[in-house]
Design a protein. Structure first.
Length: 256
């Protein structure tokens, strides 16, 4: 994805939609100029997941070819099918017409996204809330920012239902999501993003020595899968996950 234009280091969290007390991403940016948008557009969700899934398969192929496997490689291969099943189900959902229309609308109307929205880039003070580090700013679907923030927080809270419900409720109070945006958020959150990140980091590093922290990150991710599944069954947010988990079950049944 092309890196977006760099703007001032900290921008006030203002706009018609405003921010939320929880620091969630809900700004409405001024209309952006149409000139040059193509240079700073994000890839569609379908394009992104297609690329990532191909990279996952490439990493698996490489690991399989190694005669002596590290502890990380063995753990990765042992759990690959489960995570890849989730990745394929998410990609299938991303191919829906509704998400294509949402993506095209975001580009046509010039929706600006932060690109790396998380708690480290939100500054709270008596004067208000400010967002920092716009180095990955781009045009695209803004629920990508929400999904990134949502995942970062809930991974640290072991997918706690109370946190999840509170975040969605607060966001929806200020800026309700359309049906297409709900679908986009659901697909993004269902993708095994952290598994892909570990694979991507591994592929670009020295293969002879894998840091112990990466092994622990993989094991922690495996442990969290159960918590994420329980979280998805919570009635308060079931609308986000119900269909995608049905699709995952169907995909796994087809594989057996």
């Amino acid at each position: 994805m092309a890196r977006g234009p760099r703007v001032r280091g900290a921008e006030p969290f203002r706009g018609g939609g405003g921010g939320t007390d929880a620091g969630l991403p809900a700004p409405e940016f001024p209309d952006s100029p149409k000139e040059g948008r193509e240079n700073f557009r994000e890839e569609s969700l379908e394009e992104e997941l297609t690329r990532k899934n191909a990279e996952l398969k490439r990493v698996r192929k490489f690991m399989r070819s190694r005669r002596r496997k590290t502890e990380f490689e063995q753990e990765f291969l042992n759990h690959f099918e489960g995570f890849y099943g989730e990745a394929e189900a998410a990609l299938e959902a991303a191919r829906s017409r509704g998400l294509r229309v949402l993506y095209e609308k975001s580009l046509a109307e010039g929706w600006l996204c932060h690109g790396d929205y998380n708690q480290h880039h939100v500054l709270l003070s008596r004067e208000g809330t400010a967002i920092t580090d716009f180095g990955r700013c781009h045009f695209g679907v803004q629920t990508g920012d929400l999904a990134h923030f949502f995942r970062k927080i809930l991974e640290k809270q072991n997918w706690d239902k109370v946190y999840g419900n509170a975040m969605l409720r607060e966001y929806g109070r200020v800026r309700p999501l359309s049906g297409e945006e709900q679908e986009d958020l659901r697909v993004r959150l269902s993708y095994p993003e952290k598994f892909w990140k570990l694979a991507d980091h591994y592929y670009g590093s020295r293969k002879s020595w894998i840091p112990e922290k990466n092994v622990e990150k993989l094991r922690s991710l495996i442990r969290q899968r159960d918590a994420a599944l329980i979280f998805s069954q919570n009635p308060g947010i079931r609308f986000l996950f119900g269909q995608i988990y049905d699709m995952m079950k169907l995909f796994r049944a087809m594989k057996t």
